[in-house]
Design a protein around this ligand. Structure first.
Ligand SMILES: [Zn+2]
Length: 67
């Protein structure tokens, strides 16, 4: 495994780079957090879409009843 930051080879079973003194596992956690945030946003958009179509359907029905 190589360091994500400087590309030098990491010691076996170690995620800490001796050359640039950066922890390679920390960035993995950050990436996963960002990914889950994006997923949450996608879920939110999906629910908003469903909610909007429900409101549309509802108003359409009300209009039909009134007409
Ligand atoms: Zn490094």
């Amino acid at each position: 495994m190589n360091c994500k930051y400087c590309g030098s080879e990491l010691l076996s079973n170690s995620n800490f780079c001796v050359k640039c003194e950066k922890n390679n596992i920390e960035s993995d956690i950050k990436e996963t957090k960002t990914k889950s945030k994006v997923l949450q946003q996608q879920h939110l958009n999906f629910f908003l879409l469903i909610n909007n179509s429900f409101i549309e359907l509802f108003t359409m029905r009300i209009i039909r009843i009134i007409m």
